[in-house]
Design a protein around this ligand. Structure first.
Ligand SMILES: [Zn+2]
Length: 284
């Protein structure tokens, strides 16, 4: 195994997020990527060919965007069908659904066997430290699973009038992730992505709170500022995990970028898979 991709979306039609045509066109321009649906077999083959194990992601932003979800049942089914390619699923609930969201998290972890919970604050329009979230976090802590949040900017709405109405304020590390890190010291919080334009705030939270971690999907490390790369290779080398945001970025390209950037071999191993096994308690 070359890597564990802790942040993979789904490239089948059923598993793709149901954006409007305008949002999809903006995303494709932002990532310089063209949507091409694959079959489930083809998607699993992408991971086998790259020798990568994926953690795949459900989606529910119905309250803010009016979109149909990528269901937790579908993600769990893919993990059951292709255990050699997908070693776990992040369940997603719309936090605005209150008690229904709490129950769906419990069902997804206990009955569907999913490994964690994922939110996208800009798409779902909520602050992580909104008191509305706290019953959800109590549930996540009781289930003893990690929770991952989108961090930094997004391709969602990029380049369109008013950014499609999406607001970037929801995914800023300080105060939002720092606050929940403090209020839930036993909850493992994963900040997703290089958190530009707030990457220094990510570093501050990572240094300060031992229950907060980071995964690096959606960006090539070539574009990280020098000071951030120094932290990845230095005192924070146990806190970063590899991710791609598949299918928009390829496994081969990103693995190659990490190997070419001058990190020590043991640091590359930690980023590519060892930290994920440790932090997310994965069986591989
Ligand atoms: Zn993503």
């Amino acid at each position: 195994m070359k890597a564990i991709d802790v942040h993979s979306h789904i490239s089948t039609e059923e598993g793709s997020i149901k954006y409007s045509d305008e949002v999809r066109a903006g995303m494709e321009a932002y990532y310089r990527f063209k949507t091409a649906y694959k079959t489930e077999d083809e998607m699993a083959e992408d991971f086998r060919k790259a020798d990568v194990k994926g953690l795949i992601i459900a989606w529910d932003s119905g309250h803010n965007m009016g979109t149909e979800p990528v269901t937790n049942d579908y993600v769990a089914k893919l993990c059951d069908t292709y255990p050699d390619a997908f070693i776990g699923g992040w369940c997603c609930v719309d936090p605005w659904r209150g008690q229904i969201a709490v129950q769906e998290i419990e069902r997804s972890i206990k009955e569907l066997g999913m490994m964690g919970v994922k939110f996208q604050g800009i798409a779902q329009a909520f602050f992580p430290d909104d008191p509305m979230m706290y019953p959800i976090y109590e549930t996540i802590m009781a289930l003893d699973v990690p929770v991952m949040f989108h961090t930094g900017t997004t391709g969602l709405g990029a380049g369109s009038a008013g950014g499609g109405g999406f607001k970037l304020k929801y995914t800023r590390p300080i105060p939002h992730f720092d606050n929940i890190g403090a209020d839930f010291p036993k909850m493992k919080i994963i900040m997703a992505h290089y958190g530009w334009p707030w990457q220094d705030e990510q570093i501050a939270v990572l240094l300060h709170k031992n229950n907060v971690f980071c995964e690096l999907s959606g960006w090539s490390p070539k574009y990280f500022v020098e000071s951030y790369r120094r932290e990845i290779g230095g005192r924070l080398q146990d806190k970063f995990m590899f991710g791609t945001d598949y299918p928009v970025l390829s496994h081969e390209r990103l693995i190659n970028d990490y190997q070419q950037l001058g990190f020590k071999d043991e640091v590359v191993e930690k980023i590519l898979y060892k930290n994920a096994i440790e932090i997310l308690n994965l069986k591989v």
